[in-house]
Design a protein around this ligand. Structure first.
Ligand code: ATP
Length: 377
C-alpha cells in the first residue's frame, strides 16, 4: 500500500511482483478552473482487466484519454511498459481504443477499417492480409470482409471496432463504454466474448463504465472514481465487502445506512452497537473517531433479517414488498434507526413469512462484513 500524497487506499499491484504495464504518477488534468482528474495514482499489471467505474462526469474518460495520449496532463507522469509516455503522441503509444460509438470509417470496408492501423504503421501487404484475416476469424467476422459499417448490426460493428483496436497488437487496450449502444441481451453475450478474447490474448485492458454490475462481472480490479478522484482500487469482491468510504459503499451494490454508536476500537477492528446488537466492523474507516461517537453502519440487504426477542436490533414498519423471482425485497421505515428507507432481501421460498405492508416488524442484523463510517454532520 502506498502512502504518497493523493494516493488512495488499497492500491497494491494485482499480484506482488507483477510487471506493471501502465502507471499513473500523480496525474492531474484541468479544464479551465475545473479539475477533471485530481492527482491520480494507478498501477495496472500486465494482462490485467482494470475498470474505471463511477458516475457521469467523474473523470473516467479523461483518464482513458490521458493514457491514449489524446490529452496531456497538467501535472504528473504516465508510463507504459516502464517508459515515460507523457509527451509521446497518441499514434506512437501503441494503444488500441474502442470508442462508445465505435467511430468506424463509414466509407471503408470491414477489411480496410481493420487494416488501417497496420497500413499507417507501414506493415507489409502480405502481413496485413494475414493479420486481418486472423483477427476477423477470431471476431467471427469471416465472410463480412467487404461490407461497409452501415451494412452491419450493432454487435458486428462493435466486433469490427475491437478487431481494429487489437490487430495492431496494442500494449494497452482502451475500452470506453463499448457496450452502451447494444441492447441488453447482446450486451451480455458481447461482454462474455470480450472478456474471453482479452484473457486469451492477455492484453492489458482499461475499461470505462458507469455500470457497476458490468464492472463487477468483468474486472480483475476496479478503480472507483468520484469527482475526479480515485476513491478505491480493489478486486470486485473486496470493493463489495470492504468499501473504503461511504461513496464506494453506496455505489457498489445495494445497502442501507443505520445510525449506530462506536463502542470501541482495537487492533483488529471496531465494535459498534445498535440497540442491544453488537457488530464487528473494520477499524480503518473509523480512524480518529472517539468511542461513544455516532457512526453510520452500512449493511447489505441480506444482512438484515426478521427477528424475534433478544435478536432484535430495532423495529420498523413495512413500506413495500417487491417480488423479484428468487427473492423478495422488503422496504422498511425505521425512523429510530435510520433516516432513509431500509432494504432487506428475503428468500422467496419464505414467502409465507413475508409481512404485509403496514405491519410492524422486528429486525436483526447478522453480518460478518458490515462497515461503519463516521456519522455525516
Ligand atoms: P461520462 O460517464 O458522462 O462519460 P466521465 O466520468 O467519463 O463521464 P469525463 O468525460 O472524464 O467524465 O469528464 C470529467 C469532467 O471534466 C466533467 O466535469 C466534464 O464536464 C469535464 N470535461 C471533460 N472534457 C472537457 C473539455 N474538453 N472541456 C471542458 N471540460 C471537460
Amino acid at each position: 500500500m502506498s502512502s504518497r500524497p493523493g494516493d488512495t487506499q488499497g492500491t497494491p499491484a494485482a499480484a506482488p511482483g507483477a510487471e506493471i504495464a501502465v502507471r499513473l504518477d500523480g496525474v492531474t488534468k484541468r479544464f479551465g478552473p475545473a479539475i477533471a482528474l485530481d492527482r491520480a495514482w494507478l498501477k495496472i499489471a500486465r494482462g490485467e482487466f482494470m475498470t474505471l467505474l463511477g458516475p457521469s462526469g467523474c473523470g473516467k474518460t479523461t483518464l482513458l484519454n490521458l493514457v491514449a495520449g489524446f490529452l496531456a496532463p497538467d501535472e504528473g507522469e504516465i508510463f507504459i511498459d516502464g517508459a515515460v509516455v507523457t509527451d509521446v503522441p497518441a499514434f506512437a503509444r501503441q494503444t488500441g481504443i474502442v470508442f462508445q460509438n465505435y467511430a468506424l470509417f463509414p466509407h471503408m470496408s470491414v477489411t480496410n477499417n481493420v487494416a488501417y492501423g497496420l497500413k499507417a504503421r507501414g506493415v507489409g501487404k502480405d502481413e496485413i492480409r494475414r493479420r486481418v484475416a486472423e483477427i476477423l476469424a477470431m471476431m467471427k467476422l469471416t465472410g463480412f470482409e467487404d461490407r461497409k459499417p452501415r451494412q452491419l448490426s450493432g454487435g458486428q460493428q462493435q466486433r469490427v471496432a475491437l478487431a481494429r483496436a487489437l490487430v495492431i497488437e496494442p500494449k494497452v487496450l482502451l475500452l470506453d463504454e463499448p457496450f452502451s449502444a447494444l441492447d441488453k441481451n447482446l450486451r451480455g453475450s458481447m461482454q462474455v466474448e470480450v472478456k474471453e478474447i482479452q484473457r486469451r490474448l492477455g492484453v492489458t485492458t482499461i475499461f470505462v463504465t458507469h455500470d457497476q454490475s458490468e464492472a463487477l462481472s468483468l474486472s480483475d480490479r476496479i478503480a472507483v472514481m468520484s469527482s475526479g478522484r480515485i476513491c478505491q482500487i480493489d478486486t470486485p469482491e473486496a470493493l463489495y465487502r470492504r468499501p473504503a468510504d461511504r461513496f464506494v459503499a453506496s455505489f457498489i451494490g445495494d445497502g442501507s445506512l443505520l445510525r449506530a454508536t462506536l463502542d470501541q476500537t482495537h487492533a483488529d477492528g471496531a465494535i459498534v452497537s445498535i440497540g442491544p446488537t453488537k457488530i464487528g466492523v473494520p477499524a480503518g474507516p473509523l480512524a480518529g473517531t472517539a468511542a461513544g461517537s455516532s457512526v453510520d453502519l452500512f449493511v447489505r440487504p441480506q444482512h438484515l433479517h426478521l427477528a424475534a426477542g433478544a435478536d432484535t436490533a430495532f423495529v420498523g414498519k413495512v413500506a413495500a414488498t417487491i417480488y423479484q423471482g428468487d427473492h423478495v425485497d422488503l422496504y422498511v421505515d425505521a425512523p429510530d434507526a435510520a433516516s432513509g428507507r431500509l432494504m432487506m432481501r428475503l428468500a422467496a421460498r419464505d414467502a409465507s413469512r413475508i409481512p404485509d405492508v403496514g405491519l410492524a416488524v422486528a429486525i436483526g442484523i447478522s453480518s460478518d462484513d458490515a462497515v461503519a463510517f463516521p456519522a455525516e454532520a
